[in-house]
Design a protein around this ligand. Structure first.
Ligand SMILES: Cc1cc2nc3c(=O)[nH]c(=O)nc-3n(C[C@H](O)[C@H](O)[C@H](O)COP(=O)(O)OP(=O)(O)OC[C@H]3O[C@@H](n4cnc5c(N)ncnc54)[C@H](O)[C@@H]3O)c2cc1C
Length: 385
């Protein structure tokens, strides 16, 4: 089933998947191919745009199952939050990635990069995943792990180019989950611990659809780097409260309504930085999600140069203040920080993020200890927006 970029489709997908969440721990590792990803939720494009939020997905699943029964699925939802919090505290990882990537532009002309990205490596599973990714905007998690490992250790391509290829083609493209997962596969996240794709594992978890026996480098060493990235304290702004006529400005990273505590919103608008419209397929998904959100919120799509588009909107709506979901580390923050608006938008942070990001100081094992409290709060109040 193709992804339909609407909130209604996202909610339907969540409702359809929720009964299966207790079986997820046994089904999640099997990649049965496009059209058959029934063991996983396929919610990521919706969560990445926040057509539905992590909190919402958690709440719907907790209505059907105990935190224990759906534990594995609830933990995976939290992985996304963990990566986001981790990167918020180490923005230098993102800066290092983008500056290294800029220096690799010439490598895109080399035959091994071209054959990898045009599905002509001769490694059937890899070529299949390239085609699935570029045709559907999605890959199963296990396929992403195998893909990244083959890219780095068998095809010997720089991990940064692979991360870029994913970021440009995934509907759920997320600078934190993507960059840090690629670094994890390479052995840079947990230094020296890399992920090596094995033919037998691929055969088992694709139900025998593929078996690249003797085609993979199954004994490569981890990638190393000589940079250490210091952790910075996370300083999250207090949420604003609306004053006078207040506008809500959105980027495609967060299309959910602002927290109710902000107060009355007079006008809603969205802007799409062209940098993230990377392929016609991604553009269709993102603009579909934006149009649906603006239709539901009776909002305005801002087009043209960012500053003048926002200024025109401020004048047309006679706005006194603007609120915006805090642009997180990645292309959106880079874009936002390079802009120069007359009326500076005041950022807000959703309480899910505010509670969990600061806990991403070390490994996921420590982080996940916070989850029972969060789940109980959702069960008790139902609201963590
Ligand atoms: C190399 C690599 C690159 C990746 N790039 C991205 C990316 O750009 N954006 C992205 O959202 N995820 C990324 N992931 C994580 C994961 O593969 C996807 O989130 C997941 O496959 C999405 O499919 P799903 O919604 O069916 O997941 P499910 O298995 O149904 O999981 C439910 C939700 O939990 C979250 N989630 C699950 N697994 C992970 C994980 N390992 N890390 C972070 N969140 C997770 C997602 O929001 C997902 O929608 C990447 C993983 C790897 C190995």
């Amino acid at each position: 089933m193709p992804f339909v970029p609407t909130r209604a489709a996202a909610l339907q997908q969540l409702e359809d998947f929720a009964p299966l969440a207790a079986k997820y721990s046994s089904s999640r590792n099997f990649d049965l191919g496009a059209g058959n990803h029934s063991g996983v939720s396929r919610l990521s494009p919706y969560i990445r745009t926040r057509l539905i939020t992590e909190q919402e997905a958690t709440r719907v699943v907790l209505k059907k199952h105990s935190p224990h029964a759906a534990g594995k699925f609830l933990q995976e939802i939290a992985w996304r939050t963990y990566w986001k919090g981790w990167l918020e505290m180490r923005p230098a990882v993102w800066r290092h990635y983008t500056s290294t990537l800029a220096g690799l532009e010439k490598q895109k002309e080399l035959p091994n990069y071209r054959s990898a990205t045009s599905a002509e490596t001769g490694i059937k599973c890899f070529d299949h995943w390239v085609n699935e990714l570029t045709a559907t905007g999605y890959l199963h998690n296990h396929a992403r792990m195998w893909f990244a490992s083959i890219w780095i250790f068998t095809l010997k391509l720089p991990w940064q180019l692979g991360a870029d290829f994913f970021l440009k083609n995934l509907f759920d493209a997320d600078p934190a989950s993507n960059t840090l997962s690629w670094r994890w596969v390479a052995g840079l996240h947990t230094k020296g611990k890399h992920y090596l794709a094995r033919a037998s594992n691929i055969a088992e978890f694709t139900n025998g659809r593929f078996n690249p026996a003797s085609q993979l480098n199954e004994s490569a060493d981890a990638i190393t780097e000589d940079t250490d990235f210091e952790k910075q304290p996370l300083s999250l702004p207090n949420n604003p409260t609306s004053s006078g006529r207040t506008g809500h400005l959105m980027f495609p990273d967060d299309l959910a309504p602002p927290p109710k505590s902000i107060g009355k919103i007079t006008a809603t608008a969205a802007f799409v930085p062209t940098q993230i419209l990377t392929t016609p397929l991604v553009e269709k998904f993102i603009t579909g999600a934006i149009n649906d959100t603006l239709h539901l919120a009776r909002g305005t799509l801002l087009t043209g140069p960012f500053e003048s588009a926002v200024n025109d909107w401020i004048s047309a709506e006679k706005l006194d203040s603007i609120v915006i979901s805090l642009p997180t580390v990645g292309p959106t923050r880079d874009f936002f920080e390079s802009s120069n608006l007359q009326l500076k938008p005041e950022p807000f942070v959703r309480s899910w993020d505010r509670q969990l990001w600061p806990k991403a100081t070390a490994g996921f094992f420590k982080f996940r200890k916070q989850l029972p409290e969060i789940h109980q709060a959702i069960i008790d109040s139902g609201d963590l927006t």
